[in-house]
Write a protein of this length. Structure first.
Length: 254
């Protein structure tokens, strides 16, 4: 079995595959100071919920945007997974040409999402990933990664606002009853939800116009469920897109 691990700045998404079947997946907070032993204990506890031991998942693939955890995941592999670890990076084949001025600038999570989206649509597509940042990644009709757009994430934007405006307090990111807020709380929620949806629609629309060909738009990430229902330009939502991309990357490097 394969452990697919997507290490984000805020959350880590862990999936367990048997061949192409995703048996289970979990999300937990990314702790930058976590040791290999702590990570192994966490994984073992989650797998035990399915009646499995950590060594039953003999292989793993990791996409990480947190450099300080790279060594710890290598240690997890060496000590608990018999060394069966692949790390998404320049040495790993993706099967997708990267048409960027500097291909090494592309985050591993962005490339993995692009691989999964093109495998799904086999045509031009845009991935919108709602994470710490909101990422827009664009794939051409020929299956080439051609670039993207990076914006502050919904929660990051709201945190910045709360830090700089002394009278504003944190609110849940959920839609108010109306766009026009009758309370400060409702006004903040309207800005977070409808403002983010408007940003997504505007960027995806411009990307499609620049591509000049029909392009499918797919959303993923922790906050997709909160924003996508109010977007007009998103065709599909797949919370498991990154895990699927990790599995595909693993298969292409076996």
């Amino acid at each position: 079995m394969l452990l697919a691990i997507d290490v984000g700045n805020t959350q880590t998404h862990l999936g367990l595959f048997r061949d192409e079947v995703l048996l289970e997946h979990w999300r937990f907070a990314t702790v930058r100071e976590a040791t290999a032993d702590e990570l192994a204990c966490l994984f073992a506890g989650l797998l035990e919920l399915r009646g499995l031991a950590l060594r039953d998942a003999a292989q793993a693939i990791v996409s990480s945007v947190v450099p300080e955890l790279a060594h710890e995941y290598e240690q997890v592999s060496e000590r608990y997974l018999a060394g069966g670890l692949a790390v998404v990076g320049p040495r790993l084949r993706s099967g997708m040409p990267i048409r960027m001025d500097n291909p090494h600038e592309v985050g591993s999570d962005r490339l993995v999402n692009a691989v999964a989206a093109y495998d799904r649509f086999a045509s031009a597509c845009v991935v919108v990933d709602f994470g710490t940042s909101t990422n827009f990644d664009v794939v051409s009709a020929d299956g080439e990664y051609i670039g993207g757009v990076l914006c502050p994430g919904v929660e990051v934007s709201m945190e910045a606002l709360f830090q700089r405006a002394a009278k504003l307090t944190k609110v849940e990111i959920e839609p108010p009853r109306a766009v026009i807020g009758k309370t400060t709380r409702a006004a903040l929620q309207s800005g977070a939800v409808y403002g983010s949806a408007g940003l997504v629609d505007g960027i995806v629309s411009r990307v499609r116009a620049e591509l000049g060909v029909p392009a499918q738009a797919i959303a993923t990430g922790g906050l997709a469920h909160a924003i996508v229902p109010y977007c007009d330009q998103i065709d599909e939502t797949d919370d498991l897109l990154t895990l699927t991309g990790l599995r595909l990357m693993w298969e292409r490097n076996r």
